[in-house]
Each structure stands twice: as structure tokens, then as C-alpha cells.
Design a protein around this ligand. Sequence first.
Ligand SMILES: Cc1ncc(COP(=O)(O)O)c(C=O)c1O
Length: 315
Amino acid sequence: MSKDYLVYVDGDFVPGSEARISVFDHGFLYGDGIFEGIRVYSGCIFRLAEHLERLWQSAKMLMLEMPISIEQMERAIVEALNRNSLVEAYIRVLVTRGKGTLGIDPRTCEKCSVVIITQPLKPLLGEKAKLEGVRTIIAWVRRDSVDATSHEIKSMNYLNSILAKIEAINAGVTEAILLDRNGFVSEGSAENLFIVKNGRISTPPMTAGILPGVTRQTIIDLAGDLGYPIVERNITPYELFSADEVFLTGTAAEVVPVREISSRPIGSGERGPVTARLAEEFDRFKRDPRNGVLITEDIRIVAGVDPPEENQRTS
Ligand SMILES: Cc1ncc(COP(=O)(O)O)c(C=O)c1O
């Protein structure tokens, strides 16, 4: 049985099995809420400032009144990790509209709720996938357009990602790639996407219905530092199929090569050299304490050292 890690709910720490949110919370009733997924490597919360900046931007778009400040959120996240003795972990921060009456009117909700879940995590698509790549399909379901349920907001509305994932599972592959409303390539169900052709890297722009991923931005910066030409532009399905390399990026997935799309092999069908170089650089970067916030209380931090056995377990 997996350990019952403590969960932060509106200022209290309670065992995960006892953590509760009201069934009248509009997050539950209508998906009216936002979230972040964040990683901790070697006792350092990777790109915490960027994740919290995105959370606050999502709140602004949805006109959610944050019940705590950024500093209080940062302290609560650090405390959650310390209380659970986690130095290699996944953090899920959720902010819901709060308890209200039936009906979507947000004015009936008194106060937003904040939940912080911390637990150990292995790469979302598996360690093997990072080396060997994953098989994918292009899903029938599209990303919403920027003037619909904008995916620039990391909201609790994930239905098209879920439909795409179900399609991938039913097709016997690991992941689905979604197109935008114009037929251009958008992203994976929970990852951003990059292609490499003749040494040039491209990734879909924000207007293609993507979530502006923190990992995506890190990869754009690292690729630039390494001297790869990199552009944000619309990508057609034809370009996707004929790319030398395709890879996915995300907090949970990290950097994952795509070796097949809708039964067509991509490039050599193996992880390509540019993907390998960027994955290697990302693995170094994510463990550099300068790229995040160190957990300084209680836990002795030794950056770059493997965590204790327990913290490596997937719950
Ligand atoms: C739809 C979607 N796209 C992209 C990403 C990758 O974003 P990040 O690198 O910030 O985790 C995620 C992460 O959860 C996601 O849900």
C-alpha cells in the first residue's frame, strides 16, 4: 500500500486519505479552478517562480481571488515537502472557486480553496520511453481555439486531453497528438511538442491552442544556448510525419522522443541526436539548484545525490 502523504487543504495538513473538498465546490461541479504540476529534483523545486507566475496569470484570467499570497504559497509548498520528507517529488497545486450553490454564478462562492498534494513520481511516460521513444496517434479531438476555452490557462478543463488519451489507449499506443482548429499541430495530451528537420527545431506557437509549458520554455532557452536554430511557428501534419525527430516535453514527462505517429515511423524510429542532446542538457539543468528554490528546512539537501529509496517509489 502506498504511503498516506500529508495534503495541504486551506491551511491544514491532513493525511491524503482524509483530505476533503465540498461537493458544492465549483471546481468539482463545473471545473471552475486552476492548477499547476511542479517537480522537485534533489531537494530543489524546479522553476517554482515560473510555475507560480503561470498560476497567478491563470487566476487573473478566471478572476479567481487568490486566498493566499505568492510568498505564503511558496512557504506552504516547502512545508508540505518537508512534512512528507520528500526531496524527489511531484507537486500538484490546485485552486478552486470554492463552495457555492448549484449554478455557475461564481458570486455564490465565498472563498477559493487551495490544495497542495506532494508525492513521489517517476517520469509520466516511463524511464524507458525517454530513451526509446513512444508510439502515438493524431487524435480526432482538437485543442480549443484561443477565443474558446483557452489552453493558455492551466484550468481544470481537460476534457479534450482526456478524450485524446482514451483514443491513444484504445489504439494501443502511449500518447495522442492534438491538432488545433485550423489543422495545425498543437501538442500532446499533457506535453508540448517539438520537431527537428535538417538540424532546425520548430515548436507550435501559443496561437495553436497550446499550454505555454515551463519545460517548453526551458528547452527553447537550452536549444538557443546550444546554438540550434529554433522557431515557434505553425506546423502541418505533413511536416510532423516527415520530421527527422519529434519529441514531447512536460513537467511530468520531461523530454520524450516520439518514434511513431499514426503507424508511420518518425526518422530512424529511434531517439535522434538533437533530442538526445537536449534531454541530456535538460537532465543537467533540472538538477542545478540555481534553477529553482531549495527546500532548506528539516531536510539536508545534497544537490545531485540520489534520493532515499522510499522517495523513488511511484505511489
Ligand atoms: C496540456 C498540456 N500541455 C503542456 C504541458 C507541459 O507543460 P509544463 O512543461 O509546464 O509541465 C502540460 C503539463 O501538464 C499540459 O497539461
